[in-house]
Write a protein that binds this ligand. Structure first.
Ligand SMILES: C[S@@+](CC[C@H](N)C(=O)[O-])C[C@H]1O[C@@H](n2cnc3c(N)ncnc32)[C@H](O)[C@@H]1O
Length: 454
């Protein structure tokens, strides 16, 4: 079948929509073309670089008519770096895009219509919001490259500044960069699995100002670490300097072994009135300002009166559990990472919260087992799974438990829609969905759905 476009030919097209990865979508005689960097409402000239049976890819050559939502990226490497996909789109338009993305997924993947999707709650100042940075390290010995991966690759874009990270990272990276160059430490090359220093990970307590620096190494020790510790300690707020051992030949950033080089093994931060200790291996939401908004939305949706038993599944270090505990009779959290559960238990004790209990394990194993052996019950279930969504075994048990309310916190609206499509025909109704912008300038979308039992 002959396609309406030919590779290596240029065409003028109108961009009608934005794809899931932030690329513009246009059509030539009904044939879909994805154009990175183009925005809805624009007329552009593209070079067709790849064709498939039903769609193709065009390279943006010229913007003939720009969108009123187009803005100049604030970051000089925005077009190359894989971290941000939407720096050329105004913040207001990003919020509209995210609300629409959730609605589209619910309609197309979930088969729902007429769901109330509330407009995305955005940030007043959407820059420098991240509390966690993961900088890959590479390059030649003595000439470290530290920055972020380029789009769709593991090539490092060396950059001294990132507009999403806390400013203090600029200084930390500079100190580590100078140290690595000065002592000519071998830098990791993932293609041959050689070299020592793989990543620099930092965490910053937004409200406490505490800082953790974690160097991920392909080995057991970091030569001259005393010098690095001395230099990093001069950064105000430095609380914890640790080494993470990762000798595995894969893309996972952290290994499971942690050695404290100086200070504590964790940092402390607060969400609302609850204080949390966070260790390097535990999940912690990356945008502390919006985390408060997200949890408050979940709490408002749950609408607790103090008599409820709540299950918090995929609970991390117990942040949602402890946020809910003061309004509920009892909260039970389940999380797969044992270190996070240790953090959760410690956090409950330190905040004098006595009605929150935690268990380590896969939610899809722990909950069905507890339901069968002890007949575990719940009035409200909160789930906050990773992007792949909930395991079907867990959803089946939730249906058997039959809570009055289910609050689904999701970081991927496609899997949210899939899971809701499984639950709803079996006795639940979507009341509303609130989009919360946790990741400005990127295509990632966080949302909270409230389901009630029919
Ligand atoms: C998106 S995070 C949410 C954590 C927490 N609710 C929060 O707001 O910080 C998802 C969590 O699920 C955990 N996890 C992944 N698979 C799991 C499973 N099968 N069972 C239980 N927890 C799991 C991860 O370790 C991570 O802590």
């Amino acid at each position: 079948m002959e396609l309406p476009v030919q590779k290596n030919q240029e065409y003028e097209i109108n961009i009608e929509d934005l794809g899931n990865n932030g690329e513009g979508i246009g059509r030539i005689d009904g044939y879909t073309v994805f154009v990175e960097g183009a925005l809805p409402g624009e007329r552009v000239r593209v070079l067709i670089v790849k064709t498939k049976k039903h769609y193709g890819y065009g390279k943006l050559r010229e913007i003939l008519m720009p969108s009123p939502d187009r803005v100049a990226p604030a970051c000089p490497v925005a077009a190359r770096c894989g971290g941000c996909q939407l720096q050329h789109l105004s913040y207001e338009a990003q919020l509209r895009f995210k609300t629409k993305k959730v609605r589209d997924h619910l309609e197309r993947i979930g088969g729902f219509s007429g769901v109330e999707v509330l407009p995305a709650l955005g940030m007043e100042d959407p820059w420098r919001y991240r509390n966690k940075a993961q900088f890959p390290v590479g390059g030649k010995t003595g000439e470290p490259e530290i920055g972020f991966y380029a789009k769709r690759s593991h090539r490092i874009i060396d950059t001294p500044v990132c507009m999403l990270q806390n400013e203090v990272n600029d200084r930390i990276v500079k100190i580590v960069r100078t140290f690595l160059a000065e002592f000519e430490l071998p830098l990791y090359d993932e293609t041959i699995h050689r070299g020592l220093v793989r990543h620099i990970l930092t965490r910053i307590g937004r409200h406490t100002g505490e800082i953790m620096v974690c160097l991920v190494v392909n080995g057991k020790k970091l030569p001259h670490s005393d010098v690095l510790v001395e230099r990093l300690r001069s950064v105000e707020g430095m609380t914890s300097i640790v080494l993470n051992v990762n000798t595995a030949q894969n893309n996972v950033i952290l290994g499971s072994e942690i050695h404290v080089l100086w200070g504590k093994e964790y940092i402390t931060d607060t969400i609302g009135t609850v204080e949390f200790e966070i260790s390097p291996l535990s999940f912690y939401q990356v945008n502390p300002v919006q985390t408060r908004v997200l949890y408050q939305t979940a709490l408002d949706f749950a609408d607790l009166d103090g008599s409820e038993t709540v299950l918090d599944l995929y609970c991390g270090i117990g942040t949602i559990s402890l946020f809910f505990a003061r309004k509920a009779k009892k909260v039970f959290g389940v999380e797969i990472v044992p270190q996070a559960i240790a953090d959760a238990k410690r956090n409950a004790a330190q905040n004098n919260i006595e009605n929150a209990f935690f268990q380590a394990g896969a939610a899809e194993e722990v909950i069905p087992r507890l339901y069968q052996t002890e007949g575990i019950q719940a009035d409200v279930v909160v789930v906050d799974p990773p992007r792949k969504g909930c395991d079907q075994r867990l959803l089946e048990t939730i249906l058997e438990i039959g809570p009055k309310k289910l609050v689904y916190v999701s970081c991927d609206s496609a899997t949210l829609a899939r899971d809701l499509a499984y639950l709803c025909p079996k006795g639940y109704r979507i009341e509303k969905v609130q989009v919360v912008d946790q990741f400005p300038w990127t295509v990632h979308v966080e949302s909270v759905a409230l389901l009630s039992r029919e």
